[in-house]
Design a protein around this ligand. Sequence first.
Ligand code: PMV
Length: 330
Amino acid sequence: MISTAAAAAHPNIAFIKYWGNQDDALRIPANGSISMNLDGLETRTTVQFDTSLEGDRLILNGEPVQGDALARVSATLDRIRQLADLQTSALVRSENSFPTGTGIASSASAFAALTLAGATALDLCLSERELSQLARTGSGSASRSIPGGFVEWQAGTDHESSFATSIAGPEHWDLVDYIVLVSGQHKVVGSTQGHQLAGTSPLQAARVADADRRLELCRKALLERDFPVLAEIVEQDSNLMHSVMMTSRPPLYYWEPGTMEIINAVREWREHGLQVCFTIDAGPNVHVLCPGSDAEAVKRRLTSLANIKSILKCTPGGPAWLLEPEISGV
Ligand code: PMV
């Protein structure tokens, strides 16, 4: 028996960040978060359940992968198999449209695409909410790559109550995210490990206690397309997360000298009237956000900076979607 489906999803950039869990195994987050899906980047995944396979197999960007990455994929497939009451192994082929090793996190788009393809291959008619819950267990931020556009993940308290929904479609606001790849990158601590360290920082409790205020400000600024308010809260939220990272035990320092250079430049440009702000995930790259009207001016200034490797342009993206599957021999 062979049953196959293929799906794609965009990664997302968090405006209000997820960092730390109430429950590490289920990835129930310590606080809610808000993000924008990134059109211009995508993961495409085919899941082929096949009774002739003796175990799950993963092919990532054309290369067979084993170890932790395969175990994590198998854990998500196990949840899907459990819902279908089936034990058949699967061949998973996944490709990222963006270069690997650049520090652009792909786990959000990867687990969103895997969840949608896997559930579809087994004919499970899952709602967006159920898909978001399932994707969350593979990678927390993947819950936000299932719905489209601007998305809020409500923290909840258990598997049922923790999922993401769209708060506005991609057409709501023509924001641009320039992902600025900073040079001199070395291998960083992955987010799964990072979340587990969050609670060791004395600042995490204060960050979480203030999260509802930030979520409300961000949600309102997004709905009203109020860039000045969005800029202040997005930068403060990113700085709060990095303060927790830098004060955890052991500390996590994700920034490189080039990161700080871009932060300073962005703040100076904003003081001089440009609508622009920054946010940074678990790596040294800087996401530089601006409304479409300011995008050309921001791009010109970014390209004049030293210490940057390259710049990728993203705009608001839609939800995870199904593709025509290509069946391959195992
Ligand atoms: O989904 P994870 O475990 O890769 O965590 C994502 C963490 C951040 O990217 C740093 C923040 C976020 O909300 O996306």
